[in-house]
Design a protein around this ligand. Sequence first.
Ligand SMILES: *[C@@H]1O[C@H](CO)[C@@H](O)[C@H](O)[C@H]1NC(C)=O
Ligand SMILES: *[C@@H]1O[C@H](CO)[C@@H](O)[C@H](O)[C@H]1NC(C)=O
Length: 610
Amino acid sequence: MWLVLCLLLVLVSGKELTDEEYSRLPRLFHLDDYEACLARRGGLYCLGTFRLAPQTKDDEVYRMMVEYSKTPQHFNRTRVHRGYCVSARCPESERSERNESSRFERCVERWAQSQGLRAAPQVIEYCRTTEQARARKTTELDTPMIIFTAVVFSLLFINVVCTAYDVMTPDSKKKKKLLVAWSMRSNWRRLTAHYEDGDPRLAALTPLQGLRVFIMLLVICLHSGLFYNMLYTHNTRSFEYMMKLPIMILARNGTSLVQVFVLMSSFLLAYNLLLHSKTHPLGFHMIPKIWLNRIIRLSPLHLMTVGFAATWWPVLNDGPMWYVVESSAGACRRKFWTHVFYVNNLVNPDDQCLLQTWFLAVDMQLFLVTSVLTLLLARWRDRALRVLAVMVVASSIVNGLLAYYFEWTPMLYLMTAEHYRTRYRGVPSFKWFYASPWGSLPASLIGLFLAFLHFDLQEKGFKAENHKWLVRFYHCTIPLVFCFVISGAFIEHGTTRLLGALYVALERPIYSIICTVCLFGMVNNVDNIARRFYAWRGFHALGRMTLAALMLHWLLELSLHAASPLPLAHSYYGFTYDYVATVTLTYLLSVPFAVMVEIPFQKMFAAIFA
Ligand SMILES: *[C@@H]1O[C@H](CO)[C@@H](O)[C@H](O)[C@H]1NC(C)=O
Ligand SMILES: *[C@@H]1O[C@H](CO)[C@@H](O)[C@H](O)[C@H]1NC(C)=O
């Protein structure tokens, strides 16, 4: 009933054009042949975005363009994106015009006139002559490139030497732990190990690995769709149509998904510390070690991918759309230091390096807070739950007030084709709420709450199976999450500022609370299909590669698409094919990253501080 209502709501909105009307709109994206253009002497290739305007007051086509653009999932048709071989299209302009970008502008204006429109430049991404294109083919090594290459070769060398040492030395007490830490053989075993027979409390956490993989797969899927907006797409109508399907509300309102990662992260931190407290007293002297441990866990892979993006990535390929990679790479280079200190989401947030790295920064920032909070509350265990509950409510209220004051809107309102195209650069609700630490603080605190609750109840010998209402609620959580996400359709078509702020304040906490009940059931071994699915052995190794997959998938897929000499062609089959290929390649490539970089650093740290 509910679902049907939602479907209807989404279906009736939005204006559609007939095929014939649609075919009268000017093409949105166009690319001339880049290579052929820049192979000729005197070639000039330019790419940019132009605003269109009608020549006469009541131009029918222009009115259709404006009307069509009003649907959020449609591109703004009053702008066109052009990659022109100016030298071939408008050869005569050369004599009168020496300035390259003005030649391009004239050329696009001439095209617009032929359509009965006028064009004014909005952004000129680049203009490139044959000589400049030739110069790009020879790469000059600079210091960052040399440093990155040296680091990669040193890591390889250490891995090979230590693996040889491990294989050739018989197992004994005298075997150097520090060297074995870098052995590929032992790290492969660690990656593929199962801990089911160990501590039952840790074994109860195995479904979390499956959950991680599942969420990572969804994140990759959501990101895959972005490329059709970020880059040039041939048949935009097919893509726009797909994004308008009622079922896509799951994607449009599904961005809270990553809150589950935040939840799990703080839950695991606090729960492990509480388990540790049974044998060792907790104290603030542990802080440096806890923080260092986290940095060693995240930084090697994080900095390697950002380092690669800042050095070798832009020179690996070329093409009309490759400028997207080059601008990301430029940001990675300018902002490398912010990635070292995990402040990349706060310093110059519009200068985006790799889209997904905001999450690592938020995770680390919240980690610093939650680790201190855990140690503090572990002293007053009897009051911990009350304090945490108050903090969750307070942080949600503060977020709501901030949202009202700064007029932040829920992400759901920002799911427009034009925002995907610009990757949310310059959108305050994205940079100051979605990708900010305070935006994820409630989820993080709820994770701590779960850890204290679970630990206390375990101490008291609590059996979840004996509480019928709890078990029933737990079985409902996954359908509930779906319903909650779908219910976003009710507010999708505009509400007041107050309701928007209320939604911002409540969406993530409600979502997190439903997920918390689900996690609580899982870690208490309440059996159901979902738990058995997530606890599947095959997920264990994949779950341990989540960080590598998070870092790599964007690089891989953007490299594939941005190198295309033609606009992308959208089709359901093609989309699925790309997605499956990206996932497979991402996880395959994650194996060497996990075995040769991520795990060795962790083991080395453990060996030094053991
Ligand atoms: C489309 O772009 C034009 C020009 O940049 C802008 O004035 C207009 O508001 C945009 N339309 C929508 C619906 O965003
Ligand atoms: C071309 O002219 C525009 C202004 O008309 C100016 O902003 C731009 O810097 C010029 N470009 C070159 C390469 O001279």
